[in-house]
Design a binder for this molecule. Structure first.
Ligand code: GAP
Length: 437
């Protein structure tokens, strides 16, 4: 198990401005979280590194940002209206509600011993209405996956970007599920963000591409710092598969509550495109020039969660050590994921020349990467603060800097310090970030 508890992570996130409980001043809204000033940076960095890896660094991918609200027929076609359900049971005495799958005995309430109702299907999609009239004709759903926005735009992207198969479409965006048992901080929530790829291939090549994407996605988490011991692949059993998939492998992470899904890679076959052809009447097949025939592509889908990834990166990077009798907490985040890249700290805050020099350096660095300036405590405390939020580089300006125009750069994990001319600080940090990436 990863040594850190979820409570420790939740409390660090609150204390250091990463993640707050939503609507806290009203007592909070259950299992809903707000990303604070540093949390939004971490989350943006996770998304940026994913986008960079799967879109910019490949020549077979396009990006997309589809609307959350979609034509309601989408969800009939996708099978979500019929199949995106959980069986629920209610206790007739205490009125508590359970997912039938979570109970070993489906007849007795585990809380009060009361009798349970027989299971009924509960659809996880949030419903709302468009326009001022709340009738059945105006019903729309908050999307439960971003994937369908990609399927309905498949032909638009293919045509506009003059693509040939195989190629993929990547999208990042919010999804919503009325989960019965949300919990474990940002692991399972009702509003969350997904990073999804739909990779379109010729039938018959799907297994090969499936294996390719499983490997790619596993390696992505390792590349951005997650220890391989804390990652594993778990193929789905037949009875676990979603209604659209013939195979699925989860990338799992050893979270504080145990091994749990970080990302799923599924072979969705031609299920979705064929359903949309049926429901919309639009031809979504492609022409195979070599064989002079048309076919409906198969789809390999690597589907990741932004929030779950952020949680895994936080948990995995948490370190606690004792240095010269003092507790030191570090978020050893990959430098490209770290919310703040550099902190400029004046060694003596009552020396205006030192303060001015440090502020000027921070202003210069800020135009290149996220830099902070802090003079609100002694240097030991300032270092500890930056370690706890994962800032990879701290730069101190001291009395000697006034004479030799050199400053000290301290690296977070090794605590190694080097002295550099002030005008070389930017390129030094940029080189370090480049090497890390
Ligand atoms: N399009 C396929 C799909 O949505 P999924 O396994 O239901 O598949 C994919 O979801 C990923 O989305 C999960 O691996 C997880 O990272 C994230 N995810 C799903 N439900 C979530 C929830 N309630 N809260 C946070 N993340 C969630």
């Amino acid at each position: 198990m990863t040594e850190v508890s979820m409570d420790t992570i939740v409390s660090l996130c609150k204390r250091r401005g990463l993640i707050f409980q939503s609507s806290e001043i009203y007592g909070g809204l259950g299992s809903t979280w707000d990303y604070g000033p540093l949390g939004v940076e971490l989350k943006n960095n996770v998304k940026l590194m994913w986008w960079r890896t799967v879109v910019y660094e490949r020549d077979d991918m396009e990006g997309l940002d589809a609307a959350i609200l979609m034509h309601p027929r989408t969800w009939e076609a996708s099978g979500h209206i019929e199949s995106f359900t959980d069986p629920l049971v209610d206790c007739k005495s205490c009125k508590k509600r359970y997912k039938a799958d979570d109970l070993s005995d489906n007849t007795t309430c585990p809380d009060c011993g009361g009798e349970l109702t027989s299971p009924r299907q509960f659809n996880l999609m949030f419903k709302t209405h468009v326009g001022p009239v709340e009738d059945s004709a105006s019903v729309v759903y908050l999307r439960p996956e971003t994937a369908q926005g990609i399927f309905v735009n498949f032909d638009n992207v293919l045509t506009a970007m003059r693509r040939k198969l195989p190629f993929g479409i990547a999208q990042i965006g919010k999804s919503f599920r009325n989960e019965i048992t949300p919990g474990n901080f940002i692991f399972r929530t009702r509003e969350f963000e997904q990073m999804e790829i739909e990779y379109f291939v010729k039938p018959g090549t799907d297994k090969e591409w499936f294996d390719f994407w499983v490997k790619e996605r596993f390696n992505w988490y390792a590349k951005f710092g997650i220890r391989k011991d804390n990652l594993r692949l778990r193929p789905h059993e037949g009875n676990e598969l979603a209604h659209y998939a013939i195979s699925c492998v989860d990338v799992e992470y050893r979270f504080p509550m145990g091994w749990s899904e970080l990302e799923g890679i599924a072979n969705r076959t031609d299920y979705d495109l064929k359903q949309h052809i049926k429901f919309s009447g639009k031809d979504l097949s492609v022409f195979d020039e070599k064989e002079q025939t048309r076919y409906v592509p198969y789809v390999i889908e690597p589907s990741a969660g932004v929030d779950r990834s952020a949680l895994a990166f936080l948990v995995d990077s948490y370190r606690q050590e004792t240095v010269r009798g003092q507790k030191r907490v570090i978020l050893a985040l990959h430098p490209l994921l770290a919310p703040i890249k550099a902190a400029v700290l004046p060694l003596l805050r009552n020396r205006p020349e030192i303060v001015a020099m440090a502020k000027q350096l921070a202003a210069e660095l800020r135009t290149h990467f996220y830099t902070t300036y802090d003079e609100t405590a002694g240097i030991g405390r300032l270092y500890r603060r930056q370690d706890e939020i994962g800032t990879p580089f701290c730069i101190t300006v001291d009395v000697q800097s006034l004479d030799d125009h050199q400053v000290t750069i301290r690296e977070r994990d090794s605590m190694e310090q080097i002295r550099l001319p002030i005008e070389k600080v930017r390129t030094h940090i940029e080189e370090q970030l480049k090497q890390a990436g």
